[in-house]
Ligand binder design. Structure first.
Ligand code: SF4
Length: 1022
């Protein structure tokens, strides 16, 4: 049985090796077990030659190293690189696609190790595709032969020949625990046996055909010694799957069903902690997973939290190391065309000195850089130019000028720095041989003195970085070794970069060494070992058993025809690995499985059912993770909340401070907004003074700022008080704001000139002339943008019209104007600005630089803004219009509720400026799918004037002035809130607006609002 007699076998080997250390060999199934034997023998006094205890593959490598004269052994990754090149160089149309090389490598390995005569073995199933596969395999093998190379699959065959030529090398051979060797492995074993004087072969076997079928007859043994037919626990475990009577294993086997993977690993960690408390040493415990890569992140998170020292048997791919990613990105940045995100990632890496900084990220967004070496320079230069133009404008305030000067300097410095980086990186570009690429790459890393690794810091992190750097250097050396194989083969940088990335992905980082630690291993590596306390987790279908029957590039029918493993054989092998793992547990065996992975349910392994049906195992696992630091903190909080002091507080944290922090979350951030933790800053005189200075009686407000406060005081606080702004999106096309500004400018230019020439409303009679003039102006304004993207071309067509797009937005605008000419309103003033610098030619002549003072109770609202348009009736009454290019606009009910302030405030501002009476406000929607001027409110006494506007039936009001008074009363409340420091998040439980850029730093909680509205107390009572 697996693991049975291993000690005695090793002792026999030890005795033989003591007499003949170089002529005695021990072969075991896994390198894990080989290391264990070496360690065990190392504890004794007998000297052992290290490489005489090995795996079959390790032995083949040893034979190769000892006897091969001129050949070179290449790694799996190197062989994949060669396959990649051969695939690219040949004509294999049926073998194209992602993942092809990996699948072909797997297929070739199976065909070689199982000595399959391909494609002849397919018989009448042979096809064009199998012919391509056979041709590629033949080309690959000839390439290896021609270059004196041996890969991991051909190594065994080569070792068989070398061993035969050498006449054998070992006098006494011990082989332990191999499970059903493949045909080529059998050849190697037979060659070993033929050359040895003594050949001892101990194989796992039990009278259970559901698991064991290899009886070793193929070795033609002289003597067969069977294990005892004992009725002990191991033999009962080995009888699993044989449909025997259920047996009682007492408390030896335990099973736990856990909620998900995290809960499962936590339960394992808690149980391990309890074992520690009971006196069990860490090195007496092992945790095995069928899929260790999936389990690794959970173990990495949970075990340190429970204070469990552990050592994982496999490292992570080198390509996952942040240090290696930085070094690799020096290649990927030019290979991918200097994409913004790639350049930012490279230049902000802590592993590079003096390469860049976070300003590159922010400024490149402003400059709207997305990719391209030349674009970096051009766009930064254009940004500096735009900023300079803004600085030079007469209406730019002095404070803004100083900011602009600093920003221009930052843009130019960043441009120069990026220019240098791109010049360095461009030296890597071009089509070259591997050797030339390597030389250029190494030169760049030398020039940059990369990577820069700190000499002080977390010792474990420093150790990881040093190990990753070693791995990276060795990987470059592996590429160096590959280079002579393809001396004249030239490849573009992108391909070289992919080659290196492939190598780095296929290379695992080394393991941390740690004595007396819990071992975390793959289930196949635990076989034959003796582990006092063994956990086997992650027992779900798909992971255990893993029934991957179909070979890559073969149909089910082809797989059945080829002499490879059938589905039944794979199931038997999986059962063997499971039984072998069970047999490794000596004092207690803990099995477990998660029932879900996130929202996806998981199906427990059928092997768990077999164990439950056969051994009636106990259950294990706790819901209380007392050993978890996170759980302890939670418990301590619960104790503190009840007025009790927990046993241990983290250093530097007092009970008072801890209670205070807990109260922030559990008391203050529950129910309505009423504490500083929800930005209710009304109790602090210093804050009140600062706010009075910024937002007191003399402060000028825009309707937008007040609407922001109305919608979300916290957003106002972030935006207007703290001056924070979300990072701009690097949008290469026209933004929504730019589209709006463009439409506003065209409408202003058209009407200012139209009216200046003495024209009245646009009517059918003057329509052709008006259309020509607005299109001319539109073309000129659009041409100011230097975009070239297809999106911009389409945008222009929709603005100006084209045979393909039909009538443009401007033409539809004019058509709508002509239809509304009957309203008696005449467009009179455009871009009426107040409280803003007046730039002649950009605003209406009635504009003033001072803010408009609007009486507000016993105070004053100083308002600034710009009214898009004022239309006047012959009697002097007017309506104001706001152009909208977006999708959603406020309605009358929003004005009544105080959410929409702009139209009433602008109406009152124009009244104050002109002394005329406002009778309505409209939103003029100007966008691709919709052009219409719709009144939001209008004086119900002017039905004949507003009837021609679309959708006007519902929005009349008895008294427009009353509506303005409602708005002013709301504004009074908002100003009081701002000045007193009330900045809570939104009080509307509905979703926050999509455009809010502060979601990542906001604690808005709709459920809290709903609970507060229903009167539910923080503790859930009502
Ligand atoms: S996410 Fe909501 S609550 Fe938070 S700032 Fe934005 S709008 Fe206000």
């Amino acid at each position: 049985m697996p693991g049975e007699g291993l000690d005695a076998f090793v002792t026999k080997f030890q005795k033989a090796a003591a007499c003949d250390p170089f002529g005695t060999l021990l072969i075991v199934p896994t390198s894990h077990l080989a290391r264990w034997v070496v360690r065990r023998l190392g504890e004794g006094s007998v000297a052992i030659v290290g490489d005489t205890i090995t795996t079959l593959q390790g032995f083949a490598r040893k034979v190769f190293d000892d006897y091969a004269v001129s050949e070179t052994l290449i790694s799996g990754t190197e062989s994949r690189l060669i396959l990649t090149r051969l695939l690219a160089a040949g004509r294999y149309p049926l073998l194209d696609g992602p993942g092809t090389v990996e699948e072909l490598a797997t297929l070739f390995s199976v065909l070689i190790m199982r000595k399959v005569n391909y494609p002849a073995a397919l018989g009448d199933l042979a096809s064009e595709k199998s012919a391509e596969i056979a041709h590629l395999l033949d080309t690959y093998l000839r390439f290896l032969d021609g270059h004196g190379l041996v890969d991991e699959s051909t190594l065994v065959a080569r070792a068989v020949r070398l061993l035969a030529d050498a006449g054998g090398g070992f006098r006494t051979v011990y082989v332990y625990g191999l499970f059903e060797p493949m045909p080529l492995e059998r050849d190697l074993l037979l060659a070993l046996r033929d050359g040895a004087e003594e050949f001892h072969y101990s194989m796992p076997y039990a009278p259970n055909p559901a698991v064991f079928s290899d009886d070793g007859e193929w070795l033609h043994p002289d003597t067969v010694i069977s294990g005892g037919a004992a009725d002990d626990r191991p033999s009962r475990l080995a009888g699993l799957f044989a449909h025997r009577e259920p047996v009682d294993c007492g408390e030896f086997i335990r099973i736990a069903e856990r909620r998900d993977r995290l809960d499962e690993v936590r339960a394992i960690a808690q149980e391990i902690h309890d074992l520690f408390v009971a006196g069990v040493r860490p090195d007496e415990i092992a945790v095995a997973f069928p899929d260790p890569d999936t389990a690794a992140p959970y173990v990495e998170e949970v075990f340190p939290d429970f204070g469990i020292p552990y050592v994982a048997s496999v490292g992570r791919p080198l390509s996952a190391s942040p240090l290696v990613q930085t070094l690799l990105s020096a290649l990927t940045v030019p290979a991918r065309g200097y994409r913004r995100e790639d350049v930012v990632a490279l230049t902000t890496s802590p592993y590079l000195l003096n390469v860049g900084g976070c300003e590159i990220d922010i400024l490149s967004r402003d400059a709207r850089i997305t990719a391209g070496a030349a674009a970096w320079d051009e766009r930064f230069t254009a940004l500096a130019r735009t900023l300079e133009e803004e600085r030079a404008r007469p209406d730019t305030p002095e404070a803004a000028r100083a900011r602009l000067i600093a920003k221009i300097a930052a843009v130019e410095a960043t441009r120069d720095r990026v220019r240098e980086v791109i010049a360095d990186l461009s030296a890597l570009e071009g089509t070259r041989t591997i050797r030339e690429h390597l030389a250029a790459y190494r030169l760049l890393l030398d020039t940059w003195q990369a990577p820069a690794i700190p000499t002080e810091g977390d010792p474990e992190l420093l150790e990881d970085e040093a190990r990753d750097l070693r791995g990276f250097t060795e990987t470059l050396a592996a590429l160096d070794r590959l280079a002579p194989l393809l001396p004249d083969e030239r490849m573009p940088l992108a391909e070289f970069s992919s080659l290196l990335a492939l190598l780095l992905t296929g290379t695992r980082t080394g393991r941390r060494r740690q004595a007396n630690a819990v071992r975390v291993v793959g289930i196949r590596k635990i076989a034959h070992l003796a582990v006092p306390y063994l956990f086997i987790g992650g027992l779900i279908e798909g992971a255990m058993p893993r029934l991957t029957t179909r070979l890559p590039f073969t149909t089910d029918a082809e797989t059945r025809r080829l002499p490879t493993r059938s589905k039944e054989e794979i199931l038997r092998e999986e059962r063997y690995h499971f039984v072998a793992a069970l047999l490794a547990g000596r004092r207690r065996l803990y099995l477990s499985y998660p029932t879900a992975d996130g929202a996806a349910p998981l199906v427990r392994s059928g092997f768990v059912d077999a164990v439950q049906g056969t051994f009636s195992p106990a259950v294990w696992g706790s819901e209380d993770f007392s050993a978890s630091k996170v759980a302890s903190a939670r418990r301590a909080g619960a104790l503190l909340a009840c007025g009790e002091v927990p046993a241990g507080m983290p250093p530097g944290l007092t009970v008072r401070e801890a209670i205070h922090r807990l109260n922030i979350e559990n008391y203050h951030r529950k129910g309505g907004y009423n504490s500083p933790y929800d930005s209710m800053l009304d109790g602090d005189p210093a804050i009140a003074a600062a706010l009075a200075e910024q937002f007191g009686e003399g402060a000028v407000f825009s309707p937008t700022a007040l609407e922001t406060y109305a919608d979300c005081p916290f957003r106002f606080y972030l935006e207007r008080v703290l001056g924070l702004a979300p990072l701009p999106e690097p949008d290469p096309d026209l933004t929504a704001q730019e589209r709006g500004a463009l439409v506003h400018r065209i409408a202003y230019r058209f009407y200012a000139a139209w009216k200046g020439d003495g024209n009245g409303p646009v009517t059918e009679a003057c329509y052709p002339d008006a259309l020509r003039r607005i299109l001319d102006g539109g073309r000129e304004e659009a041409d100011r943008f230097g975009f070239e993207s297809p999106a911009w071309v389409a945008d222009k067509e929709h603005l100006l019209g084209s045979p393909a797009a039909g009538r443009g937005l401007l033409e539809r605008f004019l058509r709508h104007e002509a239809e509304n000419a009957a309203s008696r309103f005449v467009p009179q003033a455009f871009e009426v600005s107040f409280g803003l610098p007046v730039v002649p030619g950009e605003v209406d002549p009635v504009s003033i630089p001072d803010a408009v003072a609007i009486p507000l109770g016993d105070g004053i609202l100083r308002l600034r803004g710009r009214v898009d348009r004022v239309d006047v009736m012959p009697d002097g009454r007017f309506m104001i219009t706001d152009y909208k290019t977006g999708t959603s606009h406020h309605k009358l009910k929003d004005i009544v509720a105080g959410r929409a302030l702009q139209l009433p405030l602008y109406l009152r501002a124009v009244e104050t400026l002109t002394g005329m009476e406002g009778v309505g406000g409209t939103y003029y929607t100007l966008r691709r799918g919709e052009v219409r001027n719709q009144p939001v409110f209008w004086d119900s006494g002017l039905k004949d004037c507003f009837a021609c506007f679309p959708g006007s039936q519902r929005n009349s009001v008895e008294d427009v002035q009353d509506l303005v008074r409602i708005t002013l009363s709301r504004v009074q409340d908002y100003l009081a809130g701002i000045r007193s420091g009330c900045f809570p998040p939104r009080s509307d439980a509905g979703p926050c607006p999509a455009y809010c850029g502060y979601k990542t730093i906001c604690r808005f909680d709709a459920l809290r609002l709903l609970a507060a509205a229903e009167g539910v107390m923080p503790d859930g009572t009502d």
